[in-house]
Design a protein around this ligand. Structure first.
Ligand code: GAL
Length: 424
């Protein structure tokens, strides 16, 4: 063989190796982009969202952030609707509870059953959660966490100064509020936005009315229960809480209300455990710098709020791959741990080790299991878990009108809520 013949053969072999390397590389990973809509912009929330971003990037994909600020997500949902209507849906969006069914019925969500089957989600999730993630038996969303909503956060220094004790009942709550007020401390840090008013309202409903009342009134929307003496008592108690908020409450963001408790300007806040994410992000230690207790009268019940990401239909193999990788990553034990440590919630994946979690999370985890058994695990109406989005919106509006009005009586509010509940 002369050199003239050898050269092309060697060149051919080199090309072959290069081509094989290329094919191999492409076979290993198809990098894609995932655009993710969420409303996690406060301190602890943003840290948790970064954990999600890092998890996706570690898989070689690109994260396109689509954050719409506004606690509770009402603004995010408005923006999402206009994007989907104009045919420009993100790959993933923070959508929760019964709303998932409403979106899936529009035919815009992707079926991610292959990921769910491969990763065995059915055996890793509480059935009550798995069912919500499915539309006509197929997974269309992946859950991230379990937030408990019925919490009372308190500043122990402020309580000490006032000579008050953290309340376990609504009577004790008002007694403590009086003492805090007398000591020149704002008793309750509140943000006057309708979803925050509604969060307080559902805590009062659970504490004053009890679990059976809560279920009948705010989950089943039973007219007789909505128009009952218990409902009137709930509304009267709820309105009394307002007397212990400050005049700057209207419009205040929830995380700024939490900051008031962190600084000791206020004694307490009624808020879900995303508030704990704020305390933690500020370097505060549970049990020392702040305390967590069930909202008054609700120690034996649990109002749950499960955050989840719905997957929208996307075009292109790279985007589909990236979307499915995101879904799988969300359910992985590592992600569930790091995300929830920052978010203030507990993992939604069953049988996770809780050793890195603080006492508030451990209490939440134990109570989640105990209340699931006793029948007092209830969906949060204020956080999109209990009823259709139209009924929720209508009731929320009346609750806020009542909170803000000097003229509306509890009886009037009760009748208006009952009428709003018909918006199914
Ligand atoms: C809730 C959401 C939480 C938290 C909170 C405040 O509806 O489920 O994850 O973000 O709003 O923004």
């Amino acid at each position: 063989m002369n050199t003239m013949q050898k050269a092309p053969a060697a060149r051919f072999a080199r090309h072959l190796i290069a081509a094989a390397a290329l094919v191999g590389f492409a076979g290993l990973s198809v990098a894609g982009e995932v655009e993710v809509l969420h409303w996690w912009t406060a301190g602890g929330e943003a840290k948790a969202a970064s954990a999600l971003k890092a998890t996706l990037q570690a898989k070689g994909h690109t994260w396109k952030d689509f954050a719409v600020a506004g606690g509770g997500g009402d603004s995010a949902m408005t923006v999402l609707k206009s994007r989907v209507v104009s045919g420009n849906a993100p790959a993933a969006a923070q959508i929760k509870g019964p709303s998932l069914q409403e979106w899936a019925a529009e035919g815009v969500l992707a079926n991610i059953d292959d990921v769910a089957k491969a990763e065995k989600w059915d055996s890793l999730l509480p059935p009550v959660v798995a069912n919500v993630m499915k539309y006509k038996g197929n997974y269309v969303a992946v859950p991230v966490n379990v937030h408990r909503v019925n919490w009372l956060w308190a500043n122990p220094e402020a309580f000490k100064k006032a000579g008050a004790k953290v309340p376990a009942t609504w009577d004790e709550f008002f007694a403590a509020a009086e003492k805090l007020k007398a000591a020149g401390i704002i008793p309750i840090a509140h943000g006057g936005q309708n979803w925050q008013d509604f969060t307080t309202f559902e805590a009062v409903a659970l504490g004053v009315g009890g679990t059976e009342f809560y279920k009948k009134a705010l989950v089943q929307l039973d007219q007789g229960t909505l128009k009952s003496p218990t409902m009137e008592k709930v509304l009267t108690t709820f309105k009394k809480v307002k007397d212990y908020t400050d005049k700057n409450a209207p419009g205040r963001d929830w995380n700024l209300a939490t900051a008031m408790v962190i600084k000791g300007e206020a004694g307490m806040q009624i808020m879900g455990d995303w508030a704990k994410g704020e305390f933690i992000a500020a370097g505060k230690v549970p049990g020392k710098d702040f305390t967590c207790a069930a909202a008054p009268g609700t120690a034996k019940a649990f109002t749950f709020n499960v955050d989840s990401f719905a997957m929208f239909k996307v075009k292109g193999d790279d985007k589909v791959k990236a979307q499915k990788d995101l879904a799988a990553a969300i359910m992985s034990p590592d992600f569930q741990e790091v995300f929830n440590l920052n978010k203030g919630s507990i993992p939604v994946r069953l049988n996770m080790k809780m050793d890195k979690f603080d006492d508030c999370a451990k209490l939440s985890s134990n109570d989640f299991v105990a209340t699931a058994k006793s029948g007092s695990l209830v969906p949060s109406i204020a956080h999109g878990m209990a009823v259709s989005s139209s009924a929720e919106g209508a009731i929320k509006d009346v609750v806020s009108q009542f909170w803000n009005s000097d003229k509306m009586s509890a009886a009037d509010a009760m009748n208006k809520i009952a009428a709003a509940a018909k918006m199914k």
